[in-house]
Design a protein around this ligand. Sequence first.
Ligand code: NAD
Length: 480
Amino acid sequence: MIEFANYIGGAWLAGDEVTININPSDTGDIVGEYCNASREQVRTAIAAAYAAFGQWSATSPQQRADVLEQVGIELSARREELGELLSREEGKIRAEGVAEVLRASQIFKFYAQEALRLAGDIIQSIRPGVAVEVIREPVGVVGVITPWNFPIAIPAWKIAPALAFGNTVVFKPADLTPALGWHLVEIISRCGAPGGVINLVMGRGSVVGDEISRSNHVAAVTFTGSVATGRTIREMVTSRGGKIQQEMGGKSPLIILDDADLDLAAECAVGGSLLSTGQRCTSNTRIIATPAIHDALVDRMVEKAKALTVGHALDAATKIGPVVDERQLETNMKYVDIARKEGGRVLYGGERLQLACGGYYMSPAVIAGCSNDMQHVREEIFGPVVSILKVDDYEEAVHTANDSDFALSSGICTTSLAYAQDFKRRSKAGLVMVNLPTAGVDYHVPFGGRRGSSYGSREQGRYAAEFFTETKTAYVHAPL
Ligand code: NAD
């Protein structure tokens, strides 16, 4: 079995323990053994990043652009191979795995160009003879802590802007899915990033993530993951005066109005909630339907859910792969049970499946008769479970959509421009979709939510500069 080491200060270093990366489609398939970094190794990685910052932050933007461009080119060239590996470690179907690697490539190529575009401002001073400049500078060492569900896209959209703007990085991938993070760092290490600029420390959050979050040498931490972990990390980082950006859970609503195109609406409702095994923070898990379309929509959703073949992620017929691990599968089952006890009608799915290939499988669940105060409707499940709520009218739909502890994404299916425009204004979420699922975003525009879903400034697009740089305001008085 190949052992995959950590990358610290430009060297590959083994650890005392390993995490065994298991294929959730077939638990007999071991993807690899990934070394857990010790606390001492994390401290060494942070010190290496700290030492490398001076030189890297002083490089020309062209040099940084060239590194990122090379990474983007290699990711694209290897998308089939790495996409398949992604499917093996995370369980999303092959096409989605390949698409995610391609997305990571696009992100690196985008930020290669952003390195060259970073701009400040020149503003007239209120004092005669004084010039004012607003300059953007890198922050320092950035800690990158990521979840398991997008094991290369999320690391890419954090690491690429961090490096583009002259920061150095200590990266901790999710312990469940370290393979794609490992390959990403291996590629960056060969594309011209000097030792110490990118460091990989794998292992448990309570050790590796904790050490990163506590270190005074880590100027900023960018985190994506659950609300509970996010809160713990936020307290550690903010209490020592560090900068933090967080993307966390979701319970995104999709309103479906009577005037909606039924086919399109059902496609959005099912595709946006059940595909990728429901393991997307932006999934539209709350379907809010008005009375005239409700029954037909429910029937159509059940029909579509039944057509989604559950199976091994690498099987070409599969539409929904396995759940990521046993613990998440048990959580999903627990919530289906809660839904039944609360009065939800499980019209299809919600059963654990035993397939010949082994693995953590369940049939996607469609639950009708739900209300917004039910526990399974209010809490994030993070599995292939969709709840349908019937409301009286558009006003109640908007109120219900906004009544949540989360506010990541939201959507509406309607043929009325007036309703679409009104919802766009009144949605409290960070993302609003019209006649689209709430999941599925572009990489060159800001991404992020509000309330319990997010903390700090937006990720992605040029707005990422807000987090990965700091402004300095210079006043110059230079009389002749
Ligand atoms: P998680 O919170 O369990 O783990 C996220 C990361 O934090 C992992 O790398 C983990 O090892 C690390 N970690 C855990 N405990 C830590 C600690 N005490 N200190 C420091 N680091 C620690 O989340 P997960 O289960 O990997 O991912 C699923 C969650 O991620 C869901 O809630 C989902 O909604 C969320 N998510 C959000 C977005 C978004 O952009 N909003 C995107 C994807 C996933």
